[in-house]
Design a protein around this ligand. Structure first.
Ligand SMILES: *[C@@H]1O[C@H](CO)[C@@H](O)[C@H](O)[C@H]1NC(C)=O
Ligand SMILES: *[C@@H]1O[C@H](CO)[C@@H](O)[C@H](O)[C@H]1NC(C)=O
Length: 359
């Protein structure tokens, strides 16, 4: 039996696999060339760090360095122009020693269940502040011809305000940020179109678009983060890398590979297929969905290490055949450990509390 949703979903998967295969050959070649160049230019850098993730092996390990520092070429900072071309990068590989820590286990407690639009192919979920400490829920959805960004009634799942993408754009993650003059904006990634859209957060009127590039040149998840007064976006692209963009100009300044490690003796393993992201300001960690996994990964954004892996396999285990993967994490405003979570084409959203198992 087949429905348009499942056909589209399977098409989505096949596209991702096909692109992954093609990229694999190209990226492996360039990784080898870079490795040779580094070897020739700097005898002190040893052993050579190769971009493991990009080789698209499913269980790769990153024994040397999980961090790649990016130096950017001067970018256009003309903010008056809604179109900015993605800058070209000259990546340099920096050695950092991984934190002496391991990935711990976590669970969850289910607090509340509400309806969710079962036709929403959820790619991004975020609360946006309004006046008087009120917050409203926003969702970004995917699939060609069905993508949108919407404000949603939390308790009913009904769409309150909506802006649709044109048919040639596949919507991905969304997040909220404020311009230098304090105007609220929603930013939305697209999957393979290399375009990010900016909307007025109240009206969802599209204001601008920009181009971007990532490890895989895809857009999957995005969240805002503030550290030492610097406001940034953290972006996933289905690889094991997180990309850090300056919020002022959307220019990338850093990448880090996400790895997990069960025991201190183990080499860290790259965590691929990073999807929807949410920043936890209390602990300055990034929570991530992983495509095709009923887990949430808590990531240290400085080292890339997964500090906790939460098992959510019992959250929605009697899954409807039309429901797709777990995707969508939004921190409940005013709390430090409660989240609304959902999935693509899921009929419900769940309010949960994340619980770390003791060390
Ligand atoms: C590698 O390819 C497989 C399918 O062939 C895909 O599921 C996976 O996401 C890809 N991984 C990366 C890191 O690109
Ligand atoms: C992107 O912005 C340009 C310049 O404002 C505009 O002409 C174009 O239509 C926009 N593209 C989309 C898909 O909205």
């Amino acid at each position: 039996m087949s429905t348009p949703e499942t056909d589209a979903t399977s098409f989505h998967r096949k596209r991702k696999r096909f692109i992954g295969g093609v990229l694999c050959v190209a990226i492996l070649t360039s990784a080898i060339v870079s490795a040779v160049l580094i070897c020739r230019n700097n005898n002190n850098v040893s052993p050579i760090s190769i971009d493991h993730e990009s080789s698209n092996a499913t269980t790769t390990s990153a024994p040397t360095t999980p961090s790649v520092q990016i130096t950017t070429s001067p970018a256009s900072t003309d903010n008056s122009s809604p179109i900015a071309t993605a800058p070209t990068f000259a990546p340099t590989i920096a050695k950092t020693s991984p934190e002496p820590d391991v990935t711990r286990r976590g669970t969850f407690e289910l607090l509340e269940t509400v309806p969710h639009d079962p036709d929403a192919f959820t790619q991004g979920l975020v609360f946006v502040p309004r006046d008087n400490n009120q917050h409203e829920l926003y969702e970004g959805t995917g699939l060609y011809g069905e993508s949108d960004v919407r404000r949603v009634d939390l308790l009913t799942g009904n769409v309150l305000v909506q802006t649709e993408l044109s048919d040639s754009y596949f919507g991905e993650g969304i997040t909220y940020y404020e311009t230098e003059s304090g105007e609220g904006r929603i930013v939305q990634l697209t999957w393979q179109e290399g375009t990010v859209f900016v909307y007025d957060s109240q009206t969802l009127q599209p204001l601008a678009n920009r181009t971007f590039s990532t490890t895989r040149n895809e857009g999957w998840g995005i969240t805002g983060r503030e550290k030492d007064g610097n406001k940034m976006f953290v972006v996933s692209d289905g690889s094991s890398y997180l990309h850090f963009w300056n919020q002022l100009d959307f220019v990338e300044f850093r990448r880090v590979q996400v790895t997990s490690r069960e025991n201190l003796e183990d080499d860290p393993n790259a965590v691929n297929n990073l999807n929807e992201l949410e920043w936890d300001p209390t602990t300055d960690t990034i929570l991530a969905n992983v495509w095709y996994s009923d887990t949430i990964q808590r990531i240290d954004p400085d080292t890339g290490l997964v500090t906790v892996e939460y098992d959510l396999s019992t959250l929605y285990s009697d899954r409807d055949v039309t429901s797709d993967v777990f995707n969508g994490i939004a921190l409940v405003p005013g709390t430090s450990d409660e989240y609304w979570v959902t999935g693509k084409l899921w009929p419900n959203m769940f309010r949960i509390r994340l619980i770390d198992e003791p060390k």
